[in-house]
Write a protein that binds this ligand. Structure first.
Ligand SMILES: [Zn+2]
Ligand SMILES: [Zn+2]
Length: 259
């Protein structure tokens, strides 16, 4: 058992790394990868500061000595902004085992970067106040920036690559089944496969919102391709370190056997 998407006290997790390691070891994990939200050139309460990066790396090393039977990996979930992101020299200089590339912030029509990854109520306020209520603009920009990030490269796994469907479908139920949305998500899937980037199936919102990222309809296409698939809980709480991962593995086995 493993999880490669685990947050830390230096970003927005609700417990210290040691609590996550303790829970993972208790469940019998053989591999635990930490992935704090990266430093970012914006004001963001969810992202770690550059000054804390050495502390994070040292804590991962300390936990490795505490839990010798569980391999602990030092990762990072790195944001993409225009022309800045996982391919930046700063991230290349860090001794990381792997990098997740994720889009959480997109530019408004006025060019300000806004976090569109928060909870639906906060998204609805931002949609109205920052994006002039233009949901199509938000979704198109999310997919545009995701494609730009994939083309720029510099990371190993793409994080929750259609996550905009959660907040967009709260604003406009059924939007993820509309032709244009389906085409945008399919085009991104094609590009990811073309570039050979590993994909995570992210279970963070399965319990509360019944969404996986990416949606289940992409899984078979991904399985038939050469890309690696990992199943991650995107844990912000230790007790959720393995949340719904077994359900996704079961569904993947079913799809594999049916092929
Ligand atoms: Zn994320
Ligand atoms: Zn995350």
């Amino acid at each position: 058992m493993y999880n490669l998407h685990t947050h830390t006290q230096w970003c927005d997790a609700r417990a210290p790394m040691e609590e996550f390691a303790k829970e993972a070891a208790h469940l019998g994990f053989t591999l635990l990868g930490f992935s704090p939200h990266s430093p970012i050139p914006l004001e963001s309460p969810c992202n770690m500061h550059k000054a804390d990066v050495p502390l994070y790396l040292a804590e991962a090393d300390r936990l490795q000595t505490l839990y010798p039977d569980m391999k602990i990996l030092k990762g990072m979930e790195i944001d993409y902004l225009d022309g800045w992101g996982p391919s930046d020299d700063y991230f290349k200089s860090l001794p990381l085992d792997y990098k997740i590339g994720s889009v959480h912030f997109i530019p408004t029509q006025d060019g300000d970067y806004v976090d569109i990854d928060g909870r639906p109520d906060s998204f609805m306020t931002k949609l109205r106040d920052r994006f002039h209520g233009d949901l199509r603009y938000v979704v198109d920009t999310f997919f545009d920036k995701s494609q730009d990030m994939v083309r720029a490269g510099g990371f190993d796994i793409i994080g929750h690559y259609d996550k905009i469907k959660l907040n967009a479908s709260v604003a406009h139920p059924g939007i993820e089944r509309e032709d244009w949305f389906v085409r945008r998500a399919d085009d991104l899937t094609d590009l990811i496969i073309d570039r050979g980037i590993a994909v995570e199936i992210n279970t963070k919102s399965l319990e509360e919102y019944h969404h996986t990222f990416p949606a289940q309809r992409h899984w078979l296409r991904l399985m038939k391709s050469d890309v690696d698939i990992v199943v991650n809980s995107d844990a912000h709480y230790p007790r959720r370190i393995n949340a719904h991962r077994p359900d996704v593995f079961k569904a993947l086995r079913y799809l594999r056997d049916k092929r």
